[in-house]
Every structure is written in structure tokens, then in C-alpha cells.
Design a binder for this molecule. Structure first.
Ligand SMILES: [Zn+2]
Length: 299
């Protein structure tokens, strides 16, 4: 059996010369399973609650717990932040947990030895509001890039999809996060639209992961015989590793999302590659193995 390379105590791992740290914005929020993964079978969830524990699935109500975090990747060349969570001060009246926050994300980043000016590259796996929030901070009444020296990479197909949605919509798209967390980046000149197979450097490659959104991408980290898959919202909760058919309520194309999830889990099961989704709570970061009708994470 392959062992996980993830260090749960320090919330980090090394993939060859790449160092990966988890940086938390919101540690644990619980949501009714029906609003998050409507396909989930409550009888099956009850069994999974016993197995996975009450931190992940609340006994009785079967609420599912998520975290909101970035992955910080440091190479010899670059300091890279993948997904920027919810942010501070963002107006999200329809998402009470994300609304006008005053959280310690930048302190958590600093605890990893990284100041905003140190970040070279920001990558968003997709443009939902909980993946772009820390792209910007408020400065004298304007939203400005949080990371003044960073190039922000967005997949062109993802960006184009939301631009079209915006043209077809009379109300703000993406809970207003396009206006406050993406548009200011493009206007500053720090945004760059790239291909879904973009390479940051050898061993750091984007790959298309369409389904959750039409332009979702993942970051495949590979060096020295080790691999990590920073996979955004391909999965939201560890129950989807066990039951990959269960897509989230937030997937633009639930069928394509399930297909991609199956493909990704099949491809990496038994390889030792560590799976790093954007919303899994610790300790569910690890390699994948086939089990019965689905998969499981080795922790
Ligand atoms: Zn998300």
C-alpha cells in the first residue's frame, strides 16, 4: 500500500523540489447535504458518517463540512498561490459565511513565510466567488490586486464563458465576484488569459478539467517520481471519492463533472499521486486507491 506524503501536522508536503503548503481562509463550514450534493443517498451518508467521523459529516443531520483554502507552491523559481478563496470585505449577501469577512488569510500566508509582494503567480482553477476572493483587497475605495508583483493566470475558456454569461445577464454574475475580484486584475494589467494546457515551468502543468465549470482546470505537479493534483472543485467532499457519481449542486454540468471525476480518480488510483482538492478538510489529502464501486483516500 502506498503511503501519503502529506504531513497532516504541518499541512504540507514536498513533491520533488516543489514545496506545497495549505493556507486556510475558512477552516470548517457545514452545509445541509441536500443543498450541496443533492444526489447523495442519506442511508449511505449515515454509514459514511460513522466511518469518516463527525468532523466531516454531522451525525443525524448529515450536514457536510468543507474548508476553504489555497495551496501555496514554492519552486526554485516561483512562489505560486492556487485558488484565492473568499477574501475579505466582499459583498456577498446571499452567502452569509462569505459576506463582508475580516479573516486572517494573509496572516496565515505570512506564517508560511510569504508576504503578498513575494507571490509571483496566482492561478484560479475556475472563477467561482470562493476561488477568486483574495485576488483583490480594498484600497482607498478601490479593489486592487492583493499580490502586487504577481501575474494572475486565468484559463481563457473559463474567462470567456463568464464574459458571455455576463452579457446575457441583467444582474451581476458570480455573486459579484467578477466585478470585485477578476475585472480589477484584468484592468491592472496583471491578468493573463492562458490555454488550459499552460505550463508554468517543467513539472507544473495546467490540465483541462471541464464539468464543474466549462473552463475548470487543475494543476498537475510532478517531479522526482512524485505527483500532486491540485484539483479545485473536481470534488467538494471526500464522500465523492467513495461515490464519484455524486456531483455537487454547484456544477454547471453535473454529468460531465461526474465523468471527469471518474476519469481523474481512475487515472491516479494506485499511482501514489496525492489529491489536493480546494474544500476537503484534513486529513483527507492523500493517494487514491480503487475500492468496491468507487475509490478511497489513503490517509
Ligand atoms: Zn469552490
Amino acid at each position: 500500500m502506498t503511503e501519503s506524503i502529506w504531513d497532516h501536522e504541518n499541512a504540507n508536503c514536498n513533491v520533488g523540489n516543489f514545496k506545497i503548503d495549505r493556507v486556510v481562509d475558512l477552516e470548517r463550514l457545514s452545509y445541509p447535504y441536500g443543498s450541496m450534493i443533492p444526489d447523495a443517498d442519506p442511508k449511505v451518508l449515515s454509514k459514511l458518517a460513522e466511518e469518516m467521523g463527525s468532523r466531516l459529516i454531522t451525525p443525524g443531520t448529515l450536514d457536510l463540512s468543507l474548508s476553504f483554502h489555497s495551496f501555496l507552491i514554492r519552486s526554485h523559481k516561483y512562489t505560486i498561490l492556487v485558488d484565492t478563496c473568499c477574501g475579505n470585505g466582499k459583498n456577498r449577501p446571499n452567502r452569509v459565511d462569505w459576506h463582508l469577512r475580516d479573516g486572517p488569510f494573509l496572516n496565515n500566508l505570512s506564517a508560511r513565510g510569504v508576504k503578498p509582494e513575494d507571490v509571483d503567480i496566482v492561478m484560479c482553477t475556475h472563477l467561482h466567488a470562493d476561488h477568486v476572493g483574495w485576488n483583490t483587497i480594498m484600497d482607498n475605495g478601490d479593489w486592487v490586486p492583493t499580490f502586487p508583483n504577481a501575474q494572475y493566470l486565468f484559463a481563457e475558456s473559463e474567462y470567456d464563458f463568464w464574459i458571455k454569461e455576463q452579457k446575457n445577464s441583467s444582474s451581476p454574475i458570480l455573486l459579484g465576484s467578477y466585478e470585485d475580484s477578476v475585472l480589477p486584475i484584468m484592468q491592472s494589467g496583471q491578468g493573463k488569459l492562458v490555454d488550459s494546457n499552460y505550463q508554468i515551468e517543467t513539472g507544473l502543468n495546467f490540465e483541462p478539467a471541464y464539468g464543474h465549470t466549462p473552463g475548470s482546470i487543475i494543476l498537475h505537479v510532478e517531479e522526482g517520481g512524485r505527483e500532486a493534483i491540485v484539483c479545485g472543485d473536481v470534488m467538494h467532499h471526500p464522500v465523492q471519492v467513495r461515490y464519484p457519481n455524486w456531483s455537487s449542486a454547484f456544477c454547471e454540468d453535473p454529468i460531465l463533472s461526474a465523468k471527469y471525476r471518474w476519469d481523474m480518480l481512475t487515472r491516479f488510483s494506485g499511482t501514489g499521486a496525492i489529491i489536493l482538492p480546494a474544500h476537503f478538510l484534513s486529513p483527507f489529502y492523500g493517494p487514491i486507491e480503487k475500492e468496491r464501486n468507487g475509490f478511497r483516500t489513503i490517509i
